[in-house]
Design a binder for this molecule. Sequence first.
Ligand code: ZN
Length: 275
Amino acid sequence: MEQASYARRVFVLGMDGAGNFLQRLNRSKIAGLARQRGVVTLDAMTELPTISAECWGSMLHGVTPDKHGYHNERAGAERFPLDSAYPSFFRLARERYPEWTLASFTAWPPINYGLVEEGIGVHKHCAPDAELTDAACEYIGAAEDIRLFYLALDAPDALGHQSGYDTPQQHQAIAEAEERLLRIVDAIDRRGWLEDSLLLFVTDHGGGGEHRCNHGSDHPMDRTIFWAAAGPCVNPNADLEGLTFKNTAAVVAAALGLPIPESWDARVPEALFRG
Ligand SMILES: [Zn+2]
């Protein structure tokens, strides 16, 4: 039996290392868009440790980092993917729907080659942020249809390591990343897909907690993240209290009508969807 879905498509639009620093932008366009068409929180929590491979791994595989077992050292050393007992949301979608178009665009290659399973027909593209955005817009413009799409930009984290997290230089990089994500939203809109899509805006961790130019600790600056959902299926009064990054996996699955694996820790926030 088919489980009801809330959206025909899900786009997970991410940036690395932006924490909850959207609040420092003159006017965050992503937060604005989410307030208009959904919900946004600046008080979500990422997983521990607050490191990219661990946290993106939890977002994709729906479990805490100790369970999925992927970490940054492994990401640097091995090109080949995690053999996780916990399916990513891509594998979950593919097992049910062999015909669906699934795509993953990442500026940091270990996400695509370490965390998104190989051999399940996910269209993968890796490039620096500017080229990645161009390629993603082109892909969205030309695809017959897309059911699940993920993009992760890198510059906010790179700037944090270089100039410090939650600094004017990093805020500039976050504002630029917002512009890039909005170009993706425009590309989706040009296809007429906004009316039946769920858009999620995410980041994997913050920074500047224990070290000005680093992250990884459980300090609130490293751990606190923004999280936003937009689309006609989103209940604007949803309560995002207590949301953690891994819950994103459950939101993706529920939106597309995919049963949430019992093995996942991820849960859908209370009353996130309308109806
Ligand atoms: Zn980093």
